[in-house]
Ligand binder design. Structure first.
Ligand SMILES: CC(C)(COP(=O)(O)OP(=O)(O)OC[C@H]1O[C@@H](n2cnc3c(N)ncnc32)[C@H](O)[C@@H]1OP(=O)(O)O)[C@@H](O)C(=O)NCCC(=O)NCCS
Length: 127
């Protein structure tokens, strides 16, 4: 599992992953993102040197994304790569790189709680 910093070239990929119905269902804000809002958010975020946005890749192919905000981590596995152990591998790689973080999630997000706990992050429920 390799991590690389997100660039503006990743805008479409991140937009698709964020608007995936399962990702939205598990997000705090379940509304559909508009392209313009997403692009504006990403452009602003990428202006920071330590923007904390990463693409996780296997053999050069993007399989997920991780966002680090100080002591918090959020993440998504590409919809076509879910339930294959990639989430756990990605969060272990993130812990090795950034240390243990707090992962906030809805209580019914069992897959997320499992992978975050197994990787050694701290699970915090938001509901
Ligand atoms: C949550 C997520 C990151 C997990 O990554 P993943 O690669 O799919 O997870 P893994 O394959 O590593 O492991 C998932 C574990 O949860 C289990 N699981 C998956 N879906 C489940 C469900 N609906 N109910 C119960 N367990 C479930 C799997 O069986 C597996 O457990 P096991 O190893 O004991 O069999 C990924 O599914 C995802 O991106 N979901 C949408 C976005 C999201 O929820 N992000 C986190 C927000 S806090």
């Amino acid at each position: 599992m390799e991590f690389r910093r997100v660039t503006i070239e990743d805008a479409r990929l991140l937009f698709e992953w964020r608007n995936d119905p399962e990702t939205r269902r598990m997000s705090r804000d379940t509304s559909e993102l508009t392209w313009d809002n997403h692009l504006a958010w990403l452009s602003r975020r990428l202006e920071q040197d330590d923007h904390g946005l990463y693409i996780a890749a296997l053999d050069g192919s993007p399989v997920g994304t991780v966002r680090i905000d100080k002591d918090e981590i959020s993440y998504t596995v590409a919809p076509e790569h879910r339930c294959k152990g990639i989430g756990e591998a990605m969060l272990i790689a993130a812990k090795n790189l950034f240390g243990p973080k707090i992962a906030e999630m809805k209580r019914n997000n069992i897959a997320s709680a499992k992978v975050a706990e197994r990787a050694g992050h701290i699970v915090r429920f938001i509901d």
